[in-house]
Each structure stands twice: as structure tokens, then as C-alpha cells.
Design a protein around this ligand. Structure first.
Ligand code: FES
Length: 109
């Protein structure tokens, strides 16, 4: 995709379909680029409807929030002490900018 599609931090997320995978690209508050699974880990709601805010993409349904690595960073319905949030993540791929184009690598880590 073109870098200009994610020009602003906390701008609207962008749907990306790549090798039959449905993904969401976004730029967080600090300008980091993320490419994560389109669907939330809880009830599979599309994160395209989510809010890009405060270094993460927050699901519009129950408010689970994911950072650019797909790690859940906020899970309002669970106490932090049970560790569930730390174990919760969605698939992600690295996204880098080169020559005005955003590139990813979808192979093994
Ligand atoms: S479906 Fe995303 S937080 Fe519930």
C-alpha cells in the first residue's frame, strides 16, 4: 500500500487483503506502523470499526485494545491480575516504509 494511506498518527485504520488474509493497517500515536489480523480475538468483530487512539486500536464492541504488534494492551472486562490480557493477541506482520510504499513480510519470523 502507499505510505500516504497511513499518513497521520491515530488516523483511520485501512483494510488490507493480502494473500487471502484480511488484515488491518494503522499508524499509532507515536507513528509506528502496524499490520494486524482484521478480527478481534474476542468475538471476531472487525477492527476496521475500531478507534485508533493512545497507541493502539480499540475494538468498537467490548473495548479490547491492540498495539501494532497485535498484543492486547487493554482488556477492560478482566482484572490485570489474572494474566489473560498478556496472553491475548492477534496475528501481526511487520510493516515498514521504503520509498513511499509500505511493505510487509509474511513468512516465518
Ligand atoms: S469483539 Fe472485540 S472486544 Fe469484544
Amino acid at each position: 500500500m502507499l505510505a500516504e494511506e497511513l499518513a497521520k498518527p491515530d488516523g483511520p485504520p485501512v483494510r488490507v487483503r493480502l494473500l487471502s488474509e484480511k488484515l488491518i493497517a494503522f499508524r499509532d500515536t507515536e507513528g509506528r506502523l502496524g499490520l494486524i489480523d482484521e478480527f478481534c480475538a474476542q468475538r471476531r468483530v472487525s477492527l476496521w470499526f475500531g478507534r485508533n487512539e493512545a497507541c493502539g486500536l480499540r475494538c468498537a464492541y467490548h473495548g479490547w485494545k491492540y498495539d501494532v504488534t497485535g498484543q492486547c494492551t487493554d482488556l477492560p472486562s478482566e482484572p490485570e491480575s489474572n494474566g489473560f490480557r498478556r496472553e491475548t493477541r492477534v496475528k501481526s506482520y511487520p510493516l515498514i516504509r521504503q520509498g513511499g510504499v509500505l511493505w510487509t513480510y509474511m513468512g516465518p519470523p
